[in-house]
Every structure is written in structure tokens, then in C-alpha cells.
Design a protein around this ligand. Structure first.
Ligand code: DAH
Length: 359
């Protein structure tokens, strides 16, 4: 075997063994660089006799070709391996737990609305919605609150000015009750809906904010009685507060859209020096309800001689305060990060009846 063959074997072995692109570059400089061993062989051709050159030339050139080919092949292999390693290193493992340390939280109002939707879905209620800028007819007239009725003043209504001076006056809805009308107009009875959402009144102190949240409930069917209303509220409140000893008291009251009307109180007992829901040592007012007034059914195109209904409306913010122990309503709407971190909920704690409605 000639020394050129030896040199080729030696160089190709080293190239194949190069562990990385840096090592391969060292091999290239060693063989083909300015002072490289193959380059030096090529330089010897000039000093040869024509006869020697004819014999040696092709062999030295073949050596250079073989080395250059091996370098290119090895380079391709190493580059592919480097890319694979980078891709593997940059892969995101979707099965790793999400790091929530720096993210936000679910607002208690959203959390409670999700809990309510879950509880009522289980009772067969669908979620209905209506506009927050409502016309006077849906917000008042259809609900049996005529123009001259004192209830209009009681609601501290925000009126929306029309710029064209024509058409009906609009208001920021003062309650979720107009969704009752919209649901009955949109859908033939029997129906069971809840309508959670924002409502607006011109009021501002520790227990009143100009915007707050209500949830409305409406059932229309044949043979509906106050008993159905009481059972539904009891079932809902036991599920919501996660206590079996929730006691309700229906007190006669007045709302223009219900007849009879009942204010619902929930019983509390002293535990560790604090009033806690459950039992009946004392009572606190919780929500308004009643049998849908026949005139309201008729206004919404439902025949009151064939269909009856019950309805209720309750403050979502108040439910959140009672369940999660806040004593001031105003921070709900102040966007204070410390309050939200303290009272907020993890985005991954989705309320379900099977896993528990509260986290
Ligand atoms: N809309 C009433 C309010 O905002 C609450 C209410 C009372 C709703 C009785 C009802 C009801 O559906 O039956 O004060």
C-alpha cells in the first residue's frame, strides 16, 4: 500500500470519527488548509518531472476528492444531528403542569356565575341573555311597571339620551327581569331559564355600586305553584352554599311583576362568634321572587289561563360576599391586584357538580 493510500485511510478515519462540527473543521484544516497535508502533496506536483506528474497527479487529486467528499458527507450528518438535538431541546412538554405563579385569577363574580350556571343546568335551566342598554318597555312597562309607578323612581335609573330625538327612551337595565320578557317572546312555554348579567343603578356606598350583577330565574309551565318556587330555591341554595341545613323563609312582599310576591330570607346561626348561614337563629334577606303576574305573561304573549310561572332575582355580588366572606362590595370593582389575589380563583378550578361547585 502506498503512502498516499495510508494517508487517505488515516484522514478518512479521522473525519468519520469527528464528534462535532468543530472537530470536523480541525480535520479540514489539517487536510485541506493552506498548510494541510493534502495541500502540501498538491504543491509537490510543480517540482515533478512530466512523467512523475502523470503518474502521481491523478492519485493526489483523487486523494483530495476523497477527503473533500468525506468532509461534506460527515458535515451533513453532524448538521442533521445538531438540528435534531435543538428541536428536541426546544420541544414543549404539554403534559407538564401549568405554572400559574405569574398569571391572573378568576374574579369572584365570574366564579359565582359559573357556579350558578352549573347548579341550574343540573335542574334543567338554560342560560338566557338580554341587552344592557334596554328599552323602556322591556325594562318597565312589560313588567307591569307603568310610567307613573313609584318603582321607577325606586330603581334610580340611568337614562340613555337619544341623539336623534325620536323613538323610544332607553335605559341602562336596572334589573335582569327584562330578560324574562325577552325569553317568553323568543320561546314558547314550557321554559326554564336563568339570566345572569350586569345591571345599573345610580347608587354608591358600601353595599351599593352603580353597576352590579343579578341572576334572574324564570319557569313557565302548566300547574306551577309557589311550592315549585320554594323547592327550587332551597335546592339551589343548598347546592350553592354546600350545606344541607339551609332554611328559607318566604315573607309576603310586593313586586309589580309578581303576584303573590315573596321576599326570601335565609336563616343563620352564630358559629365562632360570627353569623354563618344554616339553621334559623336569625334571618337575613336574600332575594325577591313570586308567581309571574298574569299581566306580565300576557304582555309577553303567553296565555295566563293556560300557563303559570314563578320568577326570582338575586344579587350575584351579594351571593359571592356571603359565600366567600367579603364585607364590602366596592373592592369588587376597584381592580386592586391584592384583593384579586386574595379573593380570586384559579383558572383551572372549574366548578362542576361532580367535583364540587366551589374550589
Ligand atoms: N327585579 C327585582 C329587583 O331588581 C328582583 C326580583 C324580584 C326579580 C322578584 C324577580 C322577582 O324575578 O320575581 O329588585
Amino acid at each position: 500500500m502506498s503512502d498516499i493510500d495510508d494517508l487517505q485511510t488515516h484522514l478518512l478515519t479521522a473525519i468519520d470519527a469527528a464528534a462535532g462540527l468543530d472537530a470536523l473543521e480541525t480535520c479540514r484544516v489539517h487536510a485541506l488548509g493552506k498548510q494541510g497535508v493534502v495541500t502540501q502533496r498538491l504543491k509537490t506536483l510543480g517540482a515533478m518531472t512530466p512523467g512523475q506528474r502523470q503518474a502521481e497527479g491523478p492519485r493526489i487529486h483523487a486523494l483530495r476528492e476523497a477527503v473533500a467528499g468525506a468532509l461534506a458527507a460527515r458535515k451533513a450528518v453532524l448538521e442533521t444531528a445538531a438540528l435534531d438535538a435543538r428541536l428536541a431541546g426546544e420541544r414543549v412538554d404539554m403534559t407538564l403542569p401549568v405554572d400559574l405563579a405569574a398569571t391572573g385569577s378568576i374574579h369572584p363574580v365570574s366564579q359565582v356565575m359559573d357556579e350558578l350556571a352549573e347548579i341550574f343546568a343540573d335542574l334543567g335551566f338554560a342560560v338566557a341573555t338580554g341587552p344592557e342598554i334596554e328599552d323602556d318597555w322591556h325594562n318597565f312597562t312589560a313588567l307591569n311597571i307603568p310610567e307613573t309607578h313609584p318603582a321607577r323612581a325606586m330603581h334610580d335609573t340611568f337614562y340613555v339620551e337619544r341623539t336623534d330625538g325620536q323613538g323610544e327612551r332607553h335605559v341602562l337595565r336596572t334589573h335582569t327581569s327584562p330578560v324574562q320578557i325577552r325569553a317568553m317572546l323568543a320561546q314558547k312555554p314550557p321554559l326554564r331559564i336563568i339570566a345572569p348579567g350586569r345591571v345599573y343603578r345610580s347608587d354608591w356606598d358600601a353595599t351599593h355600586t352603580p353597576m352590579f350583577h343579578q341572576i334572574e330565574g324564570l319557569v313557565v309551565d302548566r300547574g306551577i305553584t309557589l311550592g315549585h318556587l320554594k323547592w327550587t330555591l332551597e335546592t339551589f341554595l343548598k347546592a350553592f352554599f354546600e350545606r344541607d341545613d339551609i332554611v328559607l323563609r318566604l315573607r309576603p312582599s310586593f313586586f309589580p311583576f309578581t303576584e303573590p310576591s315573596a321576599e326570601v330570607d335565609v336563616g343563620w346561626t352564630m358559629r365562632n362568634g360570627k353569623r354563618a348561614l344554616g339553621g334559623s337563629e336569625g334571618w337575613m334577606e336574600l332575594l325577591g321572587s313570586g308567581m309571574v303576574h298574569p299581566r306580565v305573561l300576557a304582555n309577553a304573549g303567553v296565555d295566563p289561563t293556560e300557563w303559570q310561572g314563578f320568577a326570582f332575582g338575586v344579587g350575584v355580588d351579594r351571593l359571592a360576599m356571603l359565600k366567600y366572606g367579603m364585607d364590602d362590595l366596592r373592592p369588587f370593582f376597584e381592580a386592586d391586584g391584592r384583593w384579586l389575589r386574595h379573593y380570586g380563583f384559579s383558572a383551572l378550578d372549574v366548578p362542576t357538580l361532580s367535583a364540587g361547585v366551589s374550589p
